[in-house]
Design a protein around this ligand. Structure first.
Ligand code: HEM
Ligand SMILES: *[C@@H]1O[C@H](CO)[C@@H](O)[C@H](O)[C@H]1NC(C)=O
Ligand SMILES: *[C@@H]1O[C@H](CO)[C@@H](O)[C@H](O)[C@H]1NC(C)=O
Ligand SMILES: *[C@@H]1O[C@H](CO)[C@@H](O)[C@H](O)[C@H]1NC(C)=O
Ligand SMILES: *[C@@H]1O[C@H](CO)[C@@H](O)[C@H](O)[C@H]1NC(C)=O
Ligand SMILES: *[C@@H]1O[C@H](CO)[C@@H](O)[C@H](O)[C@H]1NC(C)=O
Ligand SMILES: *[C@@H]1O[C@H](CO)[C@@H](O)[C@H](O)[C@H]1NC(C)=O
Length: 503
């Protein structure tokens, strides 16, 4: 009896291994390099063996980047990792129609998380994206500039005030309050007053959303890789933090409707695109402009409050630290901004967007510390990868290791060093296209790229005009959060802020 069981188990094992080997021959059969895969698991364990998720590409990147692409397996599924800039351009821009989507995020139809633009696919994504894009038109950006300035002034005032009684400040916390207030005022016309508040509820909830505990990490991986199991366990895609923002947005929508005043902001755009009641509206005109359900509107608003928070706050915290460490660059940047203010009388939209060194410093920060350290697309139409024997099929995953490309010595001399000069106009020609993509690339890149850059530039400029940034002994190095999929500082970013006497 026991012997038969053992025999059957052994047979089963052999079958599984045999099947696994067959599946894991996919890349070898197509002449694509791939490091040996573990039976069944493939390369999925790489995610857990490295300190940071984005490091799972590092070793194989170094081995294969000369060829420009390599294969890996998530369990049995083949994944193509693309490292060659030309091929990246092909996939992200030229042949975008064959790769319009990202990997679906779990499977809980009706959830808020699943109804966000970031998780949408195909035509639905296209329609929604085109409705949302005007949020950041040039005209609207100029109008938002004033709100950004007001909040940046509060940020600076708050930093200077706290600097009186503290040896150092947590810049991640400060900047997180700033980005929350900024997105809330720009997109919704509401003021959470996170900067001045003892208990900044909005910012804390958003921070909680991004702070991963080991439990949340496992949850996340389950949702991505085993959505059916995730649902079977009764887990919900929408966490309590999402519910908090749902209440906030519902209240905001109500009050906007009561006031009946158009501000021309993101919320108006969403509400105007909302489905109208069928009885009093012509169906033919309805379909074109009023396509969003209440649920879709709600999801995009919550996405904005959450997406607007962490990435930009981390960028600002990293930039502050890098400038604190690089005293010469900090002074050069301060002089550029002082010059600007002298010329135009104040910090203007035009001035901020034209400042060369400011742009270079933000970009160099994002090169070294890109909050979104990896990117991906799902193949949506059969695609013959140029120069190979591979035809990707709909559903196949393509990944691009942004972190590794940003630190590849082939493209960046002295890649670990903060050198904003790389991005100055005269040096720009030395940058290989598609080796710098902190906001992704192509039609599905970060929808708020220009806004995030403007926001970061204004805050950094105002900060440097009023204060000198210094590193704090014992906190000389940036320590990254190893429990997070986003690249963010662990336990904040401590910086000394010394007020500059204004003449
Ligand atoms: C420094 C700040 C930011 C960085 C580095 C960043 C980075 C990114 C990246 C890398 C992507 C994926 C792009 C791709 O797949 O090619 C993305 C997508 C997205 N980002 Fe950002 N982001 C930032 C700020 C923001 C802000 C402030 C908002 C909203 C107010 C935002 C909203 C979004 C949305 C909605 C998407 C999904 C777009 C789509 O699927 O069509 N991001 N971002
Ligand atoms: C994400 O999108 C996919 C495909 O459009 C959908 O099946 C899934 O339910 C969505 N995710 C969640 C969590 O709802
Ligand atoms: C609905 O559309 C038709 C045809 O375009 C038009 O003749 C009619 O006046 C419209 N009705 C209303 C209530 O707008
Ligand atoms: C959407 O919300 C508005 C008010 O916020 C309400 O008047 C309308 O009936 C809702 N539509 C649906 C389909 O629930
Ligand atoms: C992309 O998809 C289109 C439409 O299915 C197809 O005609 C085209 O050959 C694909 N591109 C490549 C390079 O395979
Ligand atoms: C800085 O980065 C942004 C976004 O990635 C890009 O549009 C801009 O051209 C870059 N600036 C320089 C000088 O390379
Ligand atoms: C180009 O970058 C190098 C450092 O990488 C710097 O020494 C040089 O001054 C830069 N050139 C310009 C014109 O900014």
């Amino acid at each position: 009896m026991l012997e038969t069981t053992l025999l059957l188990l052994a047979l089963l094992l052999v079958c599984v291994l045999w099947y696994s080997r067959g599946r894991h021959n996919y890349w070898a059969n197509r002449g694509i390099p791939s490091t040996p895969a573990l039976p069944v698991i493939g390369h999925a364990h790489q995610l857990f063996l490295n300190k940071y998720p984005w490091e799972m590409f590092e070793r194989d990147y170094k081995l294969h980047s000369r060829i420009g692409l390599y294969g890996r397996y998530e369990m049995f599924s083949p994944v193509l990792v693309v490292t060659d800039p030309d091929l990246l351009k092909q996939i992200l821009v030229k042949d975008f129609d064959n790769f319009t989507d990202r990997r679906p995020f779990g499977s809980q139809p009706g959830s808020i998380m699943g109804s966000m633009l970031s998780n949408m696919s195909g035509e639905e994504w296209k329609t929604l994206r085109s409705i949302m894009t005007p949020t950041f038109s040039s005209g609207k950006m100029k109008r938002m500039f004033d709100y950004v300035c007001t909040n940046a002034d509060s940020l600076v005032a708050s930093c200077l005030k706290d600097a009186q009684n503290n040896l150092f400040l947590d810049m991640k916390d400060k900047c997180g309050r700033f980005t929350m207030d900024t997105i809330a005022s720009c997109a919704f016309g509401i003021e959470p007053k996170s900067i001045t508040n003892e208990k900044p509820v909005f910012a804390q909830k958003a921070d909680n959303f991004f702070s991963m505990t080991p439990y949340k990490l496992v949850r996340f991986v389950l949702m991505f890789m085993f959505p059916k199991l995730f649902n079977a366990l009764g887990l919900k895609a929408d966490t309590a933090d999402v519910d908090f923002f749902r209440d906030v947005v519902e209240k905001t929508i109500k009050s906007r409707q009561q006031n009946n005043r158009q501000r021309g902001d993101f919320l108006d755009l969403m509400l105007n695109a909302r489905e109208t009641n069928d009885d009093d509206e012509n169906l033919s005109t309805k379909s074109a402009n009023h396509v969003l359900t209440n649920h879709t509107v709600l999801a995009q608003c919550i996405m904005f409050l959450i997406a607007g928070y962490d990435t930009t706050a981390s960028t600002l915290a990293f930039a502050s630290h890098l400038l604190a460490k690089n005293v010469k660059e900090q002074q050069q940047l301060r002089e550029e901004i002082q010059e600007l203010v002298k010329k135009e009388g104040e910090l203007t939209y035009h001035g901020v967007m034209e400042a060369k060194l400011l742009d270079a410093c933000i970009n160099e920060t994002l090169r070294l510390y890109c909050p979104a350290a990896t990117g991906e697309r799902i193949c949506t139409r059969p695609y013959k990868v140029p120069g190979t024997e591979v035809t990707l099929m709909p559903g196949d995953l393509v990944q691009f290791p942004i972190w590794s490309i940003h630190r590849d010595p082939k493209y960046w001399t002295d890649p670990e060093t903060f050198k904003p000069q790389r991005f100055l106009p005269d040096n720009k020609t030395n940058i290989t296209p598609f080796t710098f993509m902190p906001f992704g690339m192509g039609p599905r890149n970060c929808i708020a790229m220009r806004f995030a850059q403007m926001e970061a530039k204004v805050a950094l400029a105002k900060l440097l005009l009023s204060a000198e940034l210094q590193v704090v002994p014992r906190y000389e190095d940036i320590i990254l959060d190893s429990n997070s999929f986003l690249l963010r500082p662990k336990d904040g970013q401590k910086i000394r802020v010394i007020p500059i006497k204004q003449e």
